[in-house]
Design a protein around this ligand. Structure first.
Ligand code: HEM
Ligand code: HEM
Length: 221
């Protein structure tokens, strides 16, 4: 191999997951705000987000090294230690998510899961309702709608924090986190490389198909 040493940290499925999720979340918010006939696309996009989330949960157990929850979910002590060292300027670089970033990843996934699942029970008080609204009372559907509408604020806050953290690492820590999420690689030998071969990618395709099938089953009831 020529050039600088680099380490594969983000496998292709994780990268595709990330950029599809980001695009679909933006599209979901825009179609919700535009409203009108776009609500149909809003719902379809929400189903795709839900399928991606189910895939990511499965990938957290069966994915490549740094995509696994076990690789990045840390207790409060580890998070506190990391923050202290970050402020002192001697925090270790992490191949995958650092303990603080891991918290934001989990929060984003949880908030999006709430958003997509309450959407299934929501109604717009006019013509559209989520595919599962017919299985619950009007009051329950209204509650789901209220949560769905309120939950956009924590979602926006987390996305803003996400982007601010990336900018902070870029400008204050001189660490580009975005490039590895595009190419998969971090410069230097930052740890054991993650697997990213054909077998792993086929496993991802199978898990995504399962996740999409589960969502399709739910929304065609
Ligand atoms: C609505 C928009 C977005 C959402 C919902 C979102 C969500 C996420 C999630 C869930 C992860 C964890 C990835 C995983 O382990 O599977 C992540 C990581 C990441 N995202 Fe985003 N993201 C969004 C937009 C962006 C944008 C616009 C950028 C680039 C400017 C970006 C850059 C990154 C990077 C660099 C990481 C890896 C951070 C690390 O090294 O720990 N994201 N994002
Ligand atoms: C993660 C995916 C989703 C995001 C980010 C999202 C976001 C939003 C937002 C921000 C609104 C409020 C718009 C406003 O301010 O008035 C909204 C409304 C709505 N969403 Fe979603 N949504 C998602 C998924 C879904 C799904 C899966 C469904 C149903 C299948 C759905 C059904 C609706 C409906 C019916 C409304 C209209 C509520 C009303 O106008 O009273 N959403 N969504």
């Amino acid at each position: 191999m020529t050039g600088q040493p680099r380490t594969r940290v983000w496998d292709l499925p994780t990268r595709l997951f990330h950029w599809s999720l980001a695009a679909l979340v933006v599209f979901s918010v825009v179609t919700a705000k535009v409203g009108g006939n776009w609500i149909d696309w809003h719902m379809r996009s929400g189903y795709a987000v839900l399928a991606l989330l189910l895939f990511r949960i499965a990938w957290g157990f069966a994915g490549a090294r740094y995509a696994r929850f076990a690789a990045f979910v840390r207790g409060p002590q580890a998070v506190a230690d990391y923050v202290r060292r970050l402020r002192a300027g001697d925090a270790a670089r992490h191949a995958g998510h650092n303990p603080l970033g891991a918290l934001s990843v989990l929060a984003l996934l949880a908030v999006l899961l709430v958003q997509a699942s309450t959407g299934l029970f929501a109604n717009d008080a006019i013509a559209s309702e989520g595919p599962l609204a017919k299985f619950v009372s009007g009051a329950t559907s209204d509650l789901a709608t209220r949560i769905h509408k309120l939950n956009q604020y924590p979602l926006f806050a987390l996305v803003a924090l996400h982007l601010a953290a990336i900018a902070y690492y870029h400008f204050a820590k001189r660490e580009n986190l975005v490039l590895p999420m595009l190419t998969g690689d971090k410069p230097g030998r930052v740890g054991e490389p993650a697997a990213d071969d054909l077998a792993l990618r086929l496993r991802a395709v199978a898990l995504l198909a399962l996740a999409a099938g589960a969502v399709a089953f739910l929304v065609t009831r």
